[in-house]
Design a protein around this ligand. Sequence first.
Ligand code: SF4
Length: 325
Amino acid sequence: MLSEENQQALLAWYDDHQRELPWRQTNDPWAILLSEILLQQTQVSRGLVFWERMVEVFPTVASMAASPVDAVLKAWEGAGYYSRARRLHALSQQVMLAKEKGGFDGRLPSTYDELLSLPGIGPYTAAAVASIAFGQAVACVDGNIRRVMARQTAQPEPTPKQVQTWADGSLHAQRPGDWNQALMELGATVCTPRRWSCKTCPVQASCAGEVSPAKYPTPKKPRIELLRLWAVVEYALDGHPVLHQRPMSGMFAGLWGPVYHTEAEKVDQTLLKCGVIAHQLSHRRIEVEVYCKQPSEFAIGTNRTEVALSSLDEKVLHLAAQHGP
Ligand code: SF4
């Protein structure tokens, strides 16, 4: 656990050194929730762009609930991990339900347990929103906090329970939101996975791992799997590509795109081959061979600006357009 002295040192450091981020300038729980969901799997610099877009398009939980899920996917376009957008839409609709129907009468709930009951909200997001937006004394645990804890206590492989116990015991009960953000900020800017600035660290005095931070926590080798796909882009006579909405589960669920095959044999080898697109997700590398079909009078094209596409499908269509009609 961090002592009271260390708590004060870390909060003072956070007050002076925190990055200026727009969701830290607001008390609006909805805007804070949007930032927490976006930042789960998106870097802060990219998250900023998408947060501003989402807050502009959906300034309130009611505005999102009143929109079709396709509009949410369209606004989310480019942010990746689209299941977050679909669950966010489901969350907004549940919040708008009347209490007797399992909802919250249009107000985002304020407690950890109530937040946790909403679609797409896990323990981290519930604790972050409860503490930052509503001042509830609950401790967050994320990758940054786990790393700080592992180094502070010199534990190579702390279990989730050990990390949570450390975070609970270290929490500053009077400023829980700032405290959680301060610990995460420390992990994101001072005590990072491959670089650490122990000399300027506000909690250096209590750190058992500062002699060799690289050992804590034990680095894991990421397992990157390769997925090979074959895309066939067909065009209508008006020049628009034929796009299909993908099923609501699985990869790129609910987004639009051309037909993908998982076996080369499914592709007519007389089609024009446009090239290969490589696309990197966090744990997966996708390689797509792109083929073009001649425009057909029977094909119905889709205006790509009116539907939500993944970044991969944007790349596939761009490559096809360079070779196709
Ligand atoms: S002293 Fe160094 S290793 Fe320890 S928490 Fe601070 S930056 Fe990380």
